[in-house]
Design a protein around this ligand. Structure first.
Ligand SMILES: [Zn+2]
Length: 446
């Protein structure tokens, strides 16, 4: 490469392009040492104050002696359902609240898996830690002090507030717009209020389909909330139509709303939680530990090292990722990854794991007849599905009855993904909201 891409194109500012160089570019051994110390304090806190983990570990046969970070896999995993039970059994904060209730200074209600909201409690310290990790994350994407950022991140009441703390910390201009508010987004961008857009990949793709031209000063789109921004067919389309650079971010509700951020080299998202969150990679099927090394595919497991109010230990995040590298031209030493999909969305065809993100990669090639959105229709609860796999593909005007298109997509899926599918074309008006996330699978009638 002729020029350095440590910054976004056109960024001539003098500031270091790494927010916290002493952590983000530290030798791995140093991060490990920092984490070992934090875990010792966290383990003690959990032993003393978490009835949830005291009970859970006792049940799992964990003795009274200290379990070191190196032996973390001696402790059981924590699931989302367990956390929900711990909450419901002792409302409002549950049996994993490790501080006095008057130390809880912020409470979020997140979307629970079963429909009823789940509660997340934070101390002042927890809010600060979230902001620290979030600032590393968004700064890594190329958002600097001189950036003007139009943010459409709603994610319930959840990510939104967090993003504004982070942008304030960076010193960027913040232009908040409600999720899916196309009118204000387009007006704001065309008027030149912002050069950066934070949006779900679905919404960014929707804008790209709708406008096909440069929107005012917009040069940078940061996608989050779903895997789309890392899928070449979607990313390339947004970049080409809007004339922008796309980078992506990711977080996980029970751990931190922003934890991974992709740098302008666009080679996957850097882990940005060093010293505060410990990450393990496990085999998605056997759940045995795996090495975090280039090319490894597994599920990420999170342990909160410094969280005060509701720390999680070995939390199963449900995201299946591929490790893209453990170093980077940008000088960060943290590993980089891309999301292949949610464990819940994965299905098995004749013994082979398939993620709906792979289907999006194939479907995207059929623009402009399709919008780029698609989803698998699942019936029953089996992970194994017999082909043909029913898939709904969103199409643009006039193509809802295009039998040739059906055949072409079915053939492409067969040749690229090696399974047979049954494609149903769905007009834009019927596919559902494009303003926020697109679910990659839906339940059909059995
Ligand atoms: Zn990098």
């Amino acid at each position: 490469m002729a020029m350095t891409a440590n910054r976004l194109k056109g960024d001539a500012c003098e500031r270091d392009w790494i927010w916290e160089r002493e952590v983000e570019a530290a030798p791995w051994e140093e991060t490990r040492r920092l984490s070992v110390g934090a875990w010792e304090r966290q383990f003690r806190r959990l032993r003393e104050s978490s009835r949830f983990y005291a009970g859970k570990w006792k049940e799992a046969g964990v003795g009274n002696s200290f379990v070191s970070l190196a032996d973390l896999n001696e402790l059981p995993f924590t699931t989302k359902d367990e956390l929900k039970l711990a909450l419901d059994g002792d409302p409002p904060f549950g049996s994993n609240l490790c501080v006095a209730p008057d130390q809880v200074k912020r409470v979020y209600q997140t979307s629970g898996t079963s429909g009823t909201p789940s509660v997340l409690a934070l101390t002042r310290g927890d809010m600060e830690t979230w902001t620290v990790m979030g600032t590393r994350t968004y700064y890594a994407t190329g958002i600097h002090e001189h950036s003007s950022v139009l943010t459409t991140f709603g994610a319930g009441p959840f990510v939104a507030g967090h993003t504004h703390f982070v942008l304030l910390r960076i010193g960027a201009r913040s232009v908040p717009v409600a999720p899916g508010d196309t009118t204000r987004t387009l007006f704001g961008l065309r008027a030149g209020l912002a050069d950066t857009l934070l949006a779900t990949a679905s919404f960014a793709q929707y804008l790209a389909n709708k406008t096909h031209d440069q929107l005012g000063l917009l040069t940078h789109v940061v996608t989050g909330g779903e895997p789309g921004g890392g899928i070449p067919a979607i990313r390339d389309h947004i970049q080409k139509e809007l004339g922008v650079t796309v980078t992506e971010v990711m977080g996980i509700g029970d751990v931190a709303p922003s934890l991974f951020g992709e740098c302008p080299h666009q080679q996957g998202m850097h882990f940005c939680g060093g010293g505060h969150v410990w990450v393990e990679l496990i085999d998605p099927d056997s759940r045995e530990p795996m090495e975090i090394e280039t090319g490894a595919v597994g599920e990420l497991v999170y342990t909160a090292l410094t969280r005060e109010a509701m720390p999680v230990v070995r939390f199963l995040g449900g995201d299946i990722v591929r490790i893209e590298g453990t170093s980077c031209e940008c000088e960060r030493t943290t590993f980089r990854m891309r999301i292949l999909g949610r464990r819940d969305d994965m299905f098995i065809v004749r013994g082979v794991n398939v993620y709906p993100t792979a289907i999006l990669s194939v479907v995207g090639d059929f623009r402009p007849r399709v919008t780029g959105r698609a989803r698998v229709v699942r019936t029953g609860t089996d992970t194994s599905i017999e082909p043909p796999i029913p898939i709904e593909v969103e199409v643009t005007g006039g193509h809802a009855a295009d039998d040739r298109l059906v055949k072409e997509i079915e053939d492409a899926i067969h040749s690229k993904l090696t399974f047979r599918s049954r494609i149903a074309l769905v007009p834009e008006a019927d596919f559902g909201e494009a303003g926020y996330k697109t679910r990659l699978s839906r339940r059909g009638e059995g």
